[in-house]
Design a protein around this ligand. Structure first.
Ligand code: MN
Ligand code: MN
Length: 455
């Protein structure tokens, strides 16, 4: 065989930007960044996504009426997760095309009784949510998002720290000058969970009463809150900074909560832009993935299948048949190869930023534990859909076999007898307060969603 022909046998991933128009990608990522800045918690993401969907003609789904091709419906699940569909021209028994991603991200939740003071400093105690490196969350501006229900059941929406003129919260770290003992600890013990205490004030109420009462009186003046109301609240501290373009070439984006809104947003945009698809196309924006997808708003809840079953009932289709004929992309981020930490990766089987969406046959940890392991047939089918539309894709595992790993919602979709595969945007610094992705990969995720919905 001739050498030139033989060289064609080797697989080489194509950089995603080669098949993209830079101006289009930049405009898409500007809109993506605005979405990220307004969607720091799952409640925020649901609110912003519903606003987007309504502008695009989606209406709340009222079951019990016949469905028409092109109809656009959504269902909110307890303000924390969202399901949307565009009805296809084919009967629902032909199956759904589902993009499932999650809109919750690691953060610091306030404990039920968070207020205290020590040595003249006021604090909120926190309990972290999701897998964080605790030492990354100190010495930076943090905003407070959430809801509070007062004794009488009335609701207060809280958002402090996002406006440039707002105050922020802050977690102190020990200065290096006297950190001899601290820096000799292992990284997971450098900042113990019980020291992730948010500084919330330093002025006493008066000569007799301290900072705690002063902070409470400020909250009462602004929100009508009492201390007991913290027990009937969901308040989360998240990084207060906005997303930024990264690199002198502006080729990347850094933002909080990319995992997994960097997949949620492109799939939502692709769904909105559909007219009348062949198959009924669905987007799931799930909650609770970062803590195992349990709970009524997590993908293990029957609520998601119930949405599909309700659509089947209105389309006079057998849900079991529809599920058998459905395909799902579990759209969640990939752990991109980081040359700075090369020892944690196996370079030949990693995904790389800028090389397109990562299509993963399996995720999981150790012996593929906790993953759904898609079939060769599913790998072939999805990659042919991407190739047909010229979407840049690659494959890649999460680091070396014995280094750990990650799970996704794929297992929860597979449980319904729906074929599912993991496809997502490669990220650097995953779960850090600011995560990094290539713009070309964010746009490739949108191209991937569009191609999949056309199938
Ligand atoms: Mn994720
Ligand atoms: Mn995650």
């Amino acid at each position: 065989m001739e050498k030139e022909l033989a060289k064609n046998l080797l697989y080489k991933p194509t950089p995603a930007h080669l098949a993209q128009d830079r101006k289009t990608v930049d405009a898409f990522c500007d809109a993506y960044r605005a979405y990220m800045d307004a969607s720091k918690t799952e409640r925020d993401a649901v609110r912003v996504s519903v606003e987007m969907a309504e502008k695009a003609g989606f209406k709340p789904y009222v079951p019990g009426a016949p469905l028409t091709p092109g109809q656009r419906v959504y269902r909110i699940n307890r303000e924390k997760s969202l399901m949307l569909a565009v009805i296809g021209s084919e009967p629902l028994s032909q199956g759904f095309r589902i993009m499932a991603s999650h809109i919750d991200s690691p953060r610091l939740d306030l404990k039920p009784m968070p207020l205290y003071e020590s040595s003249g400093i006021g604090y909120f105690k926190t309990h972290y949510y999701g897998g964080i490196k605790k030492y990354q969350w100190t010495a930076m501006p943090l905003a407070l998002h959430g809801v509070v229900y007062r004794k009488d059941g009335t609701r207060i929406d809280v958002c402090i720290g996002e406006d440039e003129n707002d105050p922020v919260l802050y977690i102190s770290d020990l200065m290096p000058h006297i950190a001899k003992d601290q820096v000799s600890k292992t990284a997971s013990n450098v900042i113990p969970g019980e020291t992730l205490n948010l500084i919330n004030g330093s002025l006493p109420f008066d000569d007799e009463e301290g900072v705690k009462l002063n902070v409470l009186s400020i909250l009462h003046e602004k929100y009508g809150m009492e201390e007991r109301d913290f027990m009937t609240a969901e308040l989360s501290a998240v990084p207060a900074q906005k997303s930024r373009e990264v690199g002198l070439d502006r080729s990347m984006v850094a933002a909080y909560g990319m995992d997994d809104k960097v997949c949620a947003y492109p799939s939502l945009r692709a769904l909105e832009e559909l007219d009348v698809p062949k198959h009924t196309c669905v987007v799931f924006l799930a909650d609770k993935e970062e803590i195992g997808s349990e709970g009524v708003t997590g993908l293990r809840s029957e609520a998601y299948a119930a949405f599909l079953r309700d659509l089947c009932a209105d389309g006079n289709a057998c849900d079991r048949e529809a599920f058998r004929n459905s395909l799902c992309i579990s759209a969640d981020v990939g752990g991109a190869y980081d040359p700075n930490f090369a020892e944690a990766y196996e370079s030949g089987n990693s995904c790389y930023i800028g090389k397109g969406v990562a299509v993963s046959k399996y995720t999981g940890s150790r012996g593929k534990g906790g993953c759904s392991d898609a079939s060769a047939e599913m790998m072939s089918r999805i990659t042919r859909i991407l190739d047909a539309d010229g979407v840049a894709w690659q494959t890649g595992e999460y680091g070396k076999v014995d280094q750990g790993g990650a799970g996704t919602v794929a297992v929860d979709i597979a449980k319904f007898g729906i074929d599912v595969i993991d496809v997502g945007v490669p990220l650097l610094s995953m779960h850090a307060p600011s995560e990094l992705a290539a713009k070309s990969d964010i746009y490739a995720m949108y191209q991937c969603s569009t191609a999949f919905f056309k199938d």
